[in-house]
Design a protein around this ligand. Sequence first.
Ligand code: HEM
Length: 159
Amino acid sequence: MIDLAMARALHVLGLIHWIGGVFLVTAVLLPAVRRIAEPERRIGWFEAMEGPFSRQAKFSVSLVGLTGFYMTYRLHAWERFLEPGFWWMHAMVLVWLLFTLVLFVAEPWFLHAWFRRHAQADPDGTFARIQRFHWILLTASLLAIAGAVLGTHGGAFWL
Ligand code: HEM
């Protein structure tokens, strides 16, 4: 059972780094960058701050995925994915899949280039869109966390 407890601890530590970082970028860094007067300096600042986090997040997102699938295997919990009552299991995997796609596929392949192109042409609109996108991802992540904690510890009283 110690392996299960270790997997759970690593799962939560990975989440703290990953979702905590997303919270900081969304609620603090992006609004701060948008307040910089010269639009042409905003891209540089944003990339200097989010770049290192995005590299670190590749590690924490992978850790959360590995420990999550390991716990599912150890708990023999695959059938949960067939039951609507375990919506929070679906929510976890969905959030993980979204970030994995953004970090490992979209960002290196086209998102980075799209951001640079649009941020030069329309800095205000582009940063507003990026901030909206971050709030949506953050809200979904927080809902998944709340659902998983309530579901895991018997607090999902409405089901
Ligand atoms: C591949 C993706 C993931 C899988 C397969 C997965 C699977 C699991 C499993 C099996 C558990 C233990 C449930 C139990 O003890 O009954 C768990 C716990 C948890 N997961 Fe995930 N998870 C994944 C990603 C995520 C993500 C993306 C989040 C948050 C955004 C998340 C948040 C949590 C939380 C908060 C707990 C409860 C920890 C506790 O209080 O014990 N997980 N996860």
